[in-house]
Write a protein that binds this ligand. Sequence first.
Ligand code: PEP
Length: 259
Amino acid sequence: MKPLIVANWKCNPQTLIEAKKLFNSLKRRIKNIKNIEVVICPPFVYLSILGVSTSARRKAGFGGLASGSQDCFWEEKGAFTGEISSLMLKDLGCDYVILGHSERRRWFGETDDVINKKMKKAILVKLNPIFCIGETKTEREKGKTQNILKSQIEKGLKKISKKEIKNIVIAYEPVWAIGTGKPCDVKEAQIMGLLIRKIINRIFSRNISEKIRIIYGGSVNSKNAAGYIKEARMDGLLIGGASLNPQEFIKIIKAVKKS
Ligand code: PEP
């Protein structure tokens, strides 16, 4: 399977003009890169720049580029002021949705139960969830990492069937590594990847645990990117800060391609 590189723009950039500039710059550079799946996840309001159907994207010559959302709501419609449903995102042409990001857990109080509801609905409308899990610095220091990952996976994937799990990508994102410039050691990331496969094996099956895509996120840059693919055996990367810099982002993609 092709490595998956996901750009999480978070709440950036501040204007539509800048968003267009960033996207066009990425699009131009990505055009000739083959065998890597690149997903751009801008804020909702900019999605319409990329939110065209996959076939239209292909026609426009940037078929290798997929679009994703940074969140979605679990109901399809109704009196839920401010929410964006997974169905709306699918209709706009989104392929992926990031769910359970630590910033949503931290700043918006998202619980495992809420994440699980969103996950189920996203799968139902054929959006592929990028399910983020990871321990905080304190949890790590207290030796709780394994239990945290186990609990987040069990609760987040509650009542997800063996068929449905195939649409999910798991992103191991240690919270202490996100946006801190302190990436997880490659060896440690490899151990966490194996631990996640072990948990998936116990809940689902060996076959599923071997096939599910696990990606790494947390202070990835062009210097450390290849190590996560080659040594830690990750299936891809989730990139925040560095995805806002087109030159650096392309360097990461090229490093992954070479690895
Ligand atoms: C993220 O937001 O998921 C992330 C990995 O951010 P950064 O690359 O900036 O650490």
